[in-house]
Structure formats: C-alpha cells, structure tokens
Design a protein. Structure first.
Length: 81
C-alpha cells in the first residue's frame, strides 16, 4: 500500500478536482447549442412606410409593423413569384 501524508492527499484531491472541473467546463463550452431565436432572413422585415427593421417569424407573406402599424407585404426576389 502507498503511504501518503495527509497534506499530500488533500493536495492531490484538490488538484484532480480542479482539473476535472476544468475538463468538464471545456467540453461543455465547445458543444454550446445556438440560441432558439430565429435569425433567418425570412423573419426579418423592413417597413415600407417608416423603414423600421423588425423580426416577425409568424407571418410568411404579410406582416404588421410594430412601430407604425402599417401592413407590409413580402417581396419575393427572382424565380417569378
């Protein structure tokens, strides 16, 4: 059996604990998941009246500006839509 002094055992326990927490922190910081907020181009709108830029992910073709309450229609570029 290996004989350890009390101070050495405490030091080794703390050292391995700190390295263990550091390793877990590094692993979880590398596998962060992106936030749930939608930043897709389809959900970003610009009002034609007041030029306010806002996010509205609920509507596909028609949206209401939160600032001036005007209706905005989605412009489809290309493809003949």
């Amino acid at each position: 059996m290996i004989k350890l002094e009390f101070e050495t055992a405490i030091f080794l326990y703390l050292l391995f604990s700190i390295f263990g927490f550091l390793a877990i922190w590094l692993v979880f910081s590398k596998i962060k998941t992106p936030t749930e907020h939608s930043t897709q181009l389809e959900s970003i709108w610009q009002c034609f009246i007041c030029t306010y830029i806002y996010v509205d992910s609920k509507h596909k073709k028609l949206s209401v500006c939160p600032r001036c309450k005007s209706f905005n229609e989605r412009e489809f570029k290309g493809g003949g839509h």
